[in-house]
Design a protein around this ligand. Structure first.
Ligand code: FES
Length: 265
């Protein structure tokens, strides 16, 4: 007889709350970002740009209210051979790296395996599968995470650049609420990225001893710093995810004229 998968535990606490909240949070925030990535409207309000489309390689020449201006896109308007059934969204290019980076992140892997496929749902609760196969077969692509890190680092530089650009409107220096929101977005994403296990290995791996010559190396200090972020990786994973959504939401509201942007310009 088939076993009831989620009831096979002796735990009497509300063990299902955490995986249920995780599933809800992932569905809401990733759902929002996916929707906005396909929408690509109200993602621009000078000098602000939504992280869902930044940095823009191409942008739509017309038909997308509040879209990124052509002169701000690295390569201008979408080419004429772009398939008509696809939206002309800059999100399909460089910003898509962020999805690959998060999808293969060690923390998120654990979170969505537990939340969506119950493999297993949590500690000491039998999961949906009886045999643990690890990340083999189809899931072997998760090993690409170390390479998506390089793309994420590049994206981080771009987002800090866009945050810097957000201090200038019409060539005049100033600061607006949107500037602060964008700077915080880049900061949270940095805290998330610099706590990445692959990053920590990149800067601290392959050595047996950091101070064999009696001196503490700069590399050791860097690794210690990364370890601090690594211990809080889950926290920054959520903070950065929520703040990316908030940044887009704020810029969308300002671009739609729903709320004013307080600023010094
Ligand atoms: S392990 Fe989470 S971002 Fe690399």
């Amino acid at each position: 007889m088939a076993e009831a998968t989620l009831s096979r535990t002796r735990r009497i606490d509300a063990w299902w709350v955490q995986p249920a909240l995780t599933a809800l949070g992932l569905a809401v925030f990733f759902g929002y970002l996916t929707y906005r990535a396909f929408q690509a409207t109200y993602v621009w309000y000078e000098p602000y740009i939504s992280p869902t489309v930044a940095p823009p390689l191409f942008t739509a020449a017309s038909g997308y209210p509040g879209g990124v201006p052509v002169e701000h896109a690295w390569l201008g308007a979408f080419p004429s051979f772009w398939p008509s059934f696809l939206p002309q969204s800059p999100a399909f290019f460089i910003p898509a790296f962020a999805i690959m980076f998060r999808f293969t992140c060690y923390y998120y892997r654990g979170a969505y395996y537990k939340a969506f496929v119950f493999a297993p749902p949590t500690c000491a609760v039998r999961g949906a599968t009886k045999r643990y196969k690890g990340e083999t077969a189809l899931l072997v692509f998760q090993n690409l995470h170390r390479y998506t890190l390089y793309a994420a680092l590049f994206l981080l530089v771009c987002l800090w650049w866009e945050a810097g650009v957000a201090f200038f409107k019409g060539g005049k220096f100033g600061v607006g609420v949107g500037t602060i929101v964008m700077v915080l977005n880049a900061a949270f994403l940095s805290a998330y990225t610099f706590g990445c296990h692959s990053w920590r290995h990149l800067i601290g791996g392959k050595v047996d001893c950091f101070s064999c010559d009696g001196r503490v190396s700069p590399r050791y200090k860097l690794w210690k710093g990364s370890s601090w972020f690594n211990e809080r990786h889950m926290l920054f994973a959520w903070c950065s995810l929520v703040w990316v959504c908030f940044t887009d939401f704020y810029i969308q509201l300002v671009a739609r004229g729903v709320i004013p942007d307080l600023n010094t310009w």
